[in-house]
Design a protein around this ligand. Structure first.
Ligand code: ZN
Length: 320
């Protein structure tokens, strides 16, 4: 037992050192395994001259030490931000960072994921820029209707916003993690932000998601002519790694759905997150060690079962 623990400890120490020697970060969503500390965040990464990724740690969330990532597009006509942070203090920090990039105001905030860890700080955008417009899918508009910053403009399919000199496409490519998922694409810079459709090196968070539709939504995103792809959690590495990792995430989701189907067909039960024999019977293979596997597996199995049994909510008609 003790020797096994020592070997594990040694492996954990060697892995980041080897990765650092090759100048490539170890592929994990866990900041600690990447050798990062709380004080290293937030981190701003310039992907192209006018497009940035902003990585911040989810605050006061013990056991869920991971990043929430936003996209910032700076144009001659102001700023568009895709997704915010999980509380006003964290979003104020994001706003302060944007003010260092440009004197121009934030004109649009696109809610790509309606979940709290991406929206609960949105009041800070409005406090700083009272005229800011919140944009979301019709599903997320409904979910956030009673919030302090309800999205007033909806994207049922696709909308191109021309901001100053830059075209920015808001894309509703299908249900994935929330059911109201949006992507944002900047064609001039070839940067695609997928929010929670792409969670880099995380076990898929499916408890409120749509397993098979999520996969086809990823495929539609992969068909876009992007140089950069990044998502709402995990890390933003170099462009080639991020494309490869998106394919790895899709492969993981495929494997999770297949494992759920195998257990379902074998008659192992999963009635709810708390009443799911499939959890202990599952074999996740290479995905066993992906971040949040332990917390996310029950919800993932439950949703795969619900899909097979035809119990998932139907797609709302988004167009009249
Ligand atoms: Zn999230």
């Amino acid at each position: 037992m003790e020797s096994a623990r020592l070997i594990l400890a040694a492996a954990l120490m060697i892995a980041p050192m080897t990765a650092r020697a090759q100048n490539a970060p170890v592929q994990t969503a866990d900041p600690i395994l990447r050798g990062l500390k709380e004080g290293d965040f937030p981190r701003l990464k310039q992907l192209e001259p006018n497009v940035y990724a902003y990585e911040e740690l989810r605050p006061s969330d013990p056991g869920k030490f991971k990043t929430t990532v936003d996209m910032i597009v700076v144009t001659s006509g102001g700023v568009l931000v895709a997704d915010g942070q999980g509380n006003p203090a964290a979003t104020r920090k994001l706003v302060a960072q944007i003010k260092q990039l440009t004197p121009l105001p934030i004109k649009y905030v696109v809610v790509c994921s309606e979940h709290e860890d991406h929206t609960a700080g949105n009041a800070a955008f409005k406090d700083a820029f009272p005229d800011v417009v919140f944009v979301a899918s019709p599903v997320s508009q409904k979910a956030l209707a009673a919030s302090a910053t309800p999205p007033t403009e909806g994207v049922a399919d696709k909308r191109t916003i021309r901001l100053g000199d830059t075209d920015i496409e808001i894309l509703n490519l299908g249900r994935a993690h929330t059911g109201g998922d949006l992507s944002v694409y900047v064609p001039g810079a070839k940067v695609l932000f997928m929010s929670e459709i792409y969670d880099h090196r995380l076990f898929p968070s499916l408890a409120r998601g749509y397993p098979s539709e999520w996969l086809s939504t990823i495929k539609k995103n992969q068909a876009i002519d992007a140089k950069w792809v990044f998502g709402g959690h995990g890390f933003v590495d170099d462009a080639a790694t991020m494309k490869r990792e998106l394919a790895a995430f899709a492969a993981e989701l495929t494997a999770v759905i297949a494992e759920g189907r195998r257990l379902h067909d074998a008659g192992v039960t999963c009635r709810s997150v708390k009443d799911c024999d499939a959890v202990s019977a599952a074999n996740w293979g290479p995905y066993d060690g992906w971040s949040e596997r332990v917390t996310q597996a029950p919800g993932a199995l439950m949703r795969v079962y619900q899909e097979i049994d035809g119990q998932l909510p139907k797609q709302e008609k988004s167009k009249p």
